[in-house]
Structures are given as C-alpha cells and as structure tokens.
Unconditional design. Sequence first.
Length: 475
Amino acid sequence: MDTFDVVVVGGGPGGYIAAVRAAQLGMSVACIDAWKNAKGKPSLGGTCLNVGCIPSKALLESSENFERASHQFAEHGIQLGSVAMDVPTMQKRKDKIVDQLTSGVAYLFKKNKVTSIHGVGRFTGRKGDLTMLEAVDGDKITAVSAKNVIIATGSVPRAIPSAPVDNIDVLDNAGALALTEIPKRLGVIGAGVIGLEMGSVWRRLGSEVTLLEAMEGFLMAADEGLAKEAHKILTKDQGMRIELGAKVTSVQKTKKGLTVGYEQAGQALSIEVDKLIVAVGRAPFTTGLQLDQVGLATDERGFVPVDGHCATTVPGIWAVGDCVRGPMLAHKAEEEGVAVAERIAGQQPHIDFNHIPWVIYTAPEVSWVGQTEQALKAAGVKYRVGSFPFAANGRAKSLGETSGFVKILADAVTDRILGVHIVGPFASELIAEAVVAMEFSASSEDIARIVHAHPSLGEVLHEAALAVDGRALNM
Ligand code: FAD
Ligand code: NAD
C-alpha cells in the first residue's frame, strides 16, 4: 500500500487545486476522483469543468453571439441575411472546451507529480496518525494511506419529488447543458443562478422560457435594488417569464410535452412545456465515503463540519469546497484547497470569506461583493449610496450595452466600502476591482481618486464612487 503526505478525495476545483498546491509545496500527493464523462472515460475537474461553470459559459457565449447576430449586428451595418443556429455544432464546441480543460487537469497532475487514481474513494479506518482509504473502480480496489486527507467531494443537484429528473424531458444541469435541439417551450423550476443562466441560453436560441420560483421574491440573496433591475431587464426587455411564489405540485407527460402543475397565491395553475429544467439548489455529496470509519459524520444538512481553516474534528482530515459550509462557488472551493495545502505545510494562509464575489452570467451580467442594502439596514449600519448607470458611459454606448448600473455602499462615518453591486456588461470582470478595493479596506474616495482609463466600463465604478459623495461628473 502506498503512503502519501496528502490524499485528496475529489478532483473538482477544490480537490485538484489542493492537490497541485500540496505538490508544489513538496509533498507526495494522490488524488482519487470518480468522475466519468458521457463517453464513460475518467474526466478530472469535477462539476465545474464537466457539467458546471465551463460548459455553461461556453453555451452562454454561443447563444449570445447568435442573439447579437440575429438582432444587433444590423444596426452596425453588418448584413448577414438570415441567421441559423446549428445546435450540434454549438455542443461540439462546448464539448471540445470541456475536453481541453479536463485533460489540462490531468496534465497538471503529471507536471506536478500528483498520482491520479480513478475510482470512488472511501475511508477504511485509522492506524495511529495515518488515515486508510480505498479507491474502488469496478473490481479494482487500490488501498492507500495518508498523513493528511482532504475531502473535496463536491455537490449534486437537489431533487424535488414533484419533478423527478430523467434527463430526457425533465433535466438537471447535466441534461440542460446537453440538449441537442432547441425546445419550443422550456420550463425551469427555480429562478436561481442555474435557472437564469440556462434559461438565458435557450431563450436566446428561441425557446419561450418560463421560470417557476417558490420564493415570493426574486434573487433574495442579492441586493434588493440589484435584483429589481435584473428582474426588469430579464423579463420586460428580454421576455423571460418569471413566476414568483410558484410551488410546483406535479409534472405529467402528455402527447404534446409536459404539463407542470403549480400553486400560486392559493390558485392551482399549470404550464405546458417541451422540456423542464430542475434547478432548485445543490446538496453536499458524501455518499459512499464511509465517513463513520474515521469517526466523522455530516451535519443535519449533509455538510462535512469544519472550522474556519477547513479542519474536521479528526486531526489530519480536512474538507473543502461544496461539501462544506459557505457559498457553492468554484473560486471559494479553490481558495480553500490552496489554504488547506498551505496549512498542512505549516504556513498560515487566510481567506476572507466576506469578500467572495458572486457572478450570474446572464446578459447583462450580475455581480456583487460584500453587504447588501437590506443587510446593512437590518444591522443598523449607517451607509451612503453611490450609483451610476451604464447608459451614461461612452464605452457602454459603443458596445450597445447600456442596461444596468454600479452601486457602491460605503460606511457613512468611515467611508469604507461595504458592498458593491453591479448589473451591466462585463460585471464579472468589473467586480474584481471592487474585491481588491475591499480587501485593502478602501474607502469610496480611494476609488474616486484612482485614474480609470477612458473610455472604459471601469469609469462606471469610478463615477459610482464619486456619487457616494454626491459628485458624479457625468450625470
Ligand atoms: P465538484 O466540482 O463537485 O467536484 C467534486 C468531485 O469529487 C467530482 O469529480 C466527483 O465525482 C468527485 N467525488 C465525489 N465523491 C467522490 C468519492 N467518494 N471518491 C472520489 N471522487 C468523488 N461556480 C462558480 O464559481 N462559477 C460559475 O460560473 C459556476 N457555474 C456553475 C454552473 C452549473 C451548471 C453548476 C452545476 C455549478 C456551477 N458553479 C459555478 C458551481 C461550481 O461548479 C462548484 O461550486 C464547484 O464545482 C465546487 O467544487 P468542488 O471541488 O467542491 O466540487
Ligand atoms: P440557487 O440556490 O441559486 O437557486 C435555486 C432556486 O430555486 C432558489 O431561488 C430557490 O428559492 C428555488 N427553489 C428551491 N426549491 C424550489 C421549488 N421546490 N420550487 C421552485 N423553486 C425552488 O441554486 P441553483 O440555481 O440550483 O444553483 C446551485 C448553486 O450552484 C448556486 O447556488 C451556486 O452556488 C452554484 N452556481 C453558480 C454559478 C455562478 O457562479 N455563476 C452558476 C450556476 C451555479
């Protein structure tokens, strides 16, 4: 049996990054990962690379290009005649990107001398300070032991009994990313991040999209003003139908598709759709790990309990990413992976969980970091608001992307930035400046006094910072 300094269970962004960082720090490392792609081949990178962040962004880009070509190129004087969408080609491009990136992880493992073991990892016990594990791949069982184990087993889609997924008509994220035809009518249960991103892809390609959201409010974790603006753009401007307070009660297959029954404000209603995506959140995944063999158990919500440094209660066993508390985001998983590897190596890394950015890759994009207005109000914090619209920015005008705004919330006394909320073009990129500023405890005046290139979208952030003090220049 081989003994390693570190064995990582799970090869997603939390696990593979932890493995690479531990190897960089001179440790002997193995990573056990169970993922098989649609062709039945091992494929590293977890949910993110195989059926999450990356394929969804590939389809978002293709569908956005289609929409631009269909509706926006004409005003630039570009005449294309009729524009047609070849969905299998779009899917081939997406699959190629996924293949390149998942093979890239295998390459990184080779380069960093990380031993890659395909199979389902499970704990078999402890011998002194060593943790014993097995990787099970069919009949093949590989036993390993380790001084440190990092659990990075990720998450899976949450299921609801009223809409069982078959990935033919009722789809989870994997099914939604693999459609080969454009559904005429697409239903989505859950108007959260996946629902909005996948709904956007298929709406742009021509589907009539209806989202059924159980909560009475839209994007309730986001800043209320931001959510209101995003809702207006996605529904009024783009034609997505979003039904709030809609509780799905049944899904029935009919000759013409699916009938989705739901209750809204005490009324029994239904919609007819051709395909239905279920996107009601994700649940931590630890099935088959045999946590009990090392004296661990999940909490009542299924997460592996960890402290602020991702340590479990068993010395030498750590857990990172979607299977532990905190936002289920790839960048959060990666930073935890790095931090754990460094802590094992005796370093003192730190992650600031207050400054993890969120991005929703609709068009326009939605992003935020830090506190929302409603949270500040609830906490009784006095703050000032500076807001500036993309419509008054030259770069946004030339891009033809003028919807949305940047809003900065700053402490009324110290002027320290408490939150930044963006709906607008390239919000995913713009939020990085806000994260850096907040990490360095910047005030709104700091951003207001930084020179921003002209014309650039960054000027909207600059003007919003000026607006905190009532001195925006171009409004
Ligand atoms: P995962 O990526 O889930 O990886 C876990 C790995 O562990 C998997 O390979 C799994 O097979 C393996 N595994 C599980 N159990 C075992 C076992 N016992 N033995 C061996 N292997 C095991 N996040 C963002 O930040 N940005 C985005 O744009 C974004 N888009 C997304 C889009 C979609 C459609 C979805 C579904 C998710 C998206 N996410 C996004 C979330 C992101 O994918 C997750 O937060 C991230 O993948 C979590 O990383 P992880 O390493 O914790 O787990
Ligand atoms: P989500 O939590 O973002 O949204 C789920 C939505 O479904 C919520 O609005 C919730 O109120 C609603 N819901 C729950 N039960 C319901 C029911 N029975 N009927 C109707 N609505 C119901 O979850 P998601 O969209 O499934 O995505 C899962 C996670 O994956 C996200 O929270 C995020 O962490 C990650 N993700 C991130 C990105 C990104 O960073 N761009 C993209 C996709 C996914």
